[in-house]
Design a protein around this ligand. Structure first.
Ligand SMILES: Cc1cc2nc3c(=O)[nH]c(=O)nc-3n(C[C@H](O)[C@H](O)[C@H](O)COP(=O)(O)OP(=O)(O)OC[C@H]3O[C@@H](n4cnc5c(N)ncnc54)[C@H](O)[C@@H]3O)c2cc1C
Length: 266
């Protein structure tokens, strides 16, 4: 059994977000991190490894420096890493990204007992489309918004978080799960793990390595294969500081009513 975790390197948006004049993200000037939901997926995979001894493989599509992120995940305890990288893949939207990542997962190979995991959503693109699209392309059953995962034989029981409650779903392997932050608290890298990370393999999959996969075609990858066009992007205006009214007396209520009426809200 193995767990293949799809991870994305994203700009750290908790600091200053740098935006180019044309409204696109200035990725080069920003620190990068592993997408937070993907860290939860990696932790879930490592917990399964602790329980069952399974193998954990991390895979990303990104530029060559994304290898640094993969080494950190190897230092957390992942066993192998794959970096899908090539100029042909640049400019891919979510449709093309999922074609390419699915082809990478195909190359690694999905067997009967295996699980593919993704984060629910990336903090830069924010679409939550890539995980479900990979599942569709690999013809795998999928359970999204996983907040708890248990493996019993070939069944996986997943607690799925909804807006107003939970849904428990039983799914057979092989399957794809998308993970959310409520699932767990990701572990830190260990000192021993950091040393070992440099002895573990990071395999680069370029266009040559993937071109024979039926999902890879010049018309379905990169900018040319991306049906999405960004018409305009902009930074939303900053919200004002807001106003606090203190007190539960009639005077405060009348003041609040006066402010709302003044803004034509009531
Ligand atoms: C026309 C167009 C051109 C673009 N060009 C570029 C570009 O050149 N470079 C660029 O970085 N972005 C580019 N983007 C953005 C890029 O399409 C998205 O960031 C990417 O497809 C992932 O979508 P998302 O961020 O919404 O991920 P989500 O769908 O929100 O991610 C969900 C999960 O899918 C998995 N996942 C997502 N992306 C990857 C990945 N790359 N590798 C492995 N797993 C992944 C992760 O597990 C993640 O948690 C472009 C977008 C458009 C529309």
């Amino acid at each position: 059994m193995k767990v293949i975790v799809c991870v994305k390197q994203v700009p750290d948006t908790s600091g200053k977000v740098a935006v180019n004049d044309d409204g696109t993200l200035n990725r080069a000037s920003m620190e990068t991190i592993t997408n937070p939901d993907d860290m939860n997926a990696v932790e879930a995979a490592l917990k399964l490894k602790d329980e069952t001894g399974c193998k954990v493989i991390v895979v990303t599509m990104g530029p060559p420096p994304a290898e640094g992120m993969l080494r950190e995940l190897l230092a957390m305890g992942a066993d192998e890493a794959y970096l899908i990288s090539g100029r042909e893949f640049g400019g891919s939207d979510t449709y093309a990204t999922s074609q390419i990542v699915a082809a990478g997962v195909n190359k690694i190979g999905v067997e009967k007992d295996d699980i593919v995991m993704c984060g629910r959503q990336a903090i830069d693109g924010d679409t939550a489309q890539v995980g479900p699209q990979i599942a569709e392309k690999l013809h795998l059953p999928q359970v999204t918004y996983a907040a708890d995962i248990h493996k019993e034989g070939e069944n996986i029981t997943v607690k799925r978080m909804l807006e107003d409650g939970y849904m428990t779903i039983k799914v057979k392997t092989p399957c794809l799960l998308t993970c959310i932050k409520e699932l767990n608290q990701p572990r830190y890298m260990s000192v021993g793990g950091i040393f070992e990370a440099y002895d573990k393999p990071v395999t680069v999959l370029d266009y040559e390595a993937l071109k024979n996969d039926p999902l890879i075609d010049a018309s379905t990858i990169g900018l040319k294969g991306s049906p999405t066009n960004i018409l305009v992007s902009f930074t939303p205006p900053q919200k004002g500081a807001g106003m606090m009214l203190e007190g539960a007396d009639m005077g405060t209520c009348e003041k609040l009513a006066g402010i709302l009426a003044g803004k034509h809200i009531i």
